[in-house]
Write a protein that binds this ligand. Structure first.
Ligand SMILES: [Ca+2]
Length: 120
C-alpha cells in the first residue's frame, strides 16, 4: 500500500516536471525565431523585451499575450509558431499605434505595445 502511494506520487511529480519543461522549452523557440527573422539591434526595445515582445507580463503564461502575441497565436492557428505565422502578421498593426508590425520589428520597437514605436 505504501509503495503504491509512493509510485503514484512519483508518477505525478514526473508528469508535472514534464509539463513544465515542455512549456518552458517551447516558447523560447518562438523568441529565438523572432530574433533570427528580425535581428533586433542591441539596446532597442525589441532586443531588451525578450518574452515581452509577445507577452504582457513576466513570467509569461499562455494567456497573457499582448496584441501582437494574440495575432501571432491566431496566425499559427493551433500549430507551433513558425516563420509563416510571423510573416502573415507583418502588415498588421497589432497594437494600433499607426505603425505596421514589420516597420516596428525593423526599427526595433514593440509591435504589441503602443507606447513603443519608431520616432518620426
Ligand atoms: Ca504598431
Amino acid at each position: 500500500m505504501r509503495a503504491l502511494r509512493w509510485t503514484i506520487l512519483l508518477g505525478l511529480a514526473v508528469f508535472c516536471v514534464a509539463a513544465v519543461t515542455t512549456w518552458a522549452v517551447a516558447k523560447p523557440q518562438d523568441l529565438a525565431l523572432l530574433k533570427q527573422l528580425y535581428a533586433p539591434k542591441e539596446g532597442t526595445d525589441l532586443a531588451k523585451a525578450n518574452c515581452l515582445a509577445c507577452h504582457s507580463k513576466m513570467p509569461p503564461t499562455k494567456t497573457d499575450l499582448n496584441p501582437y502575441g494574440k495575432d501571432l497565436q491566431k496566425a499559427a492557428a493551433g500549430r507551433p509558431v513558425d516563420e509563416k505565422a510571423f510573416r502573415a502578421i507583418e502588415k498588421l498593426d497589432s497594437d494600433g499605434d499607426g505603425i505596421s508590425n514589420l516597420d516596428e520589428l525593423k526599427a526595433g520597437t514593440l509591435p504589441g505595445d503602443p507606447k513603443s514605436k519608431p520616432k518620426r
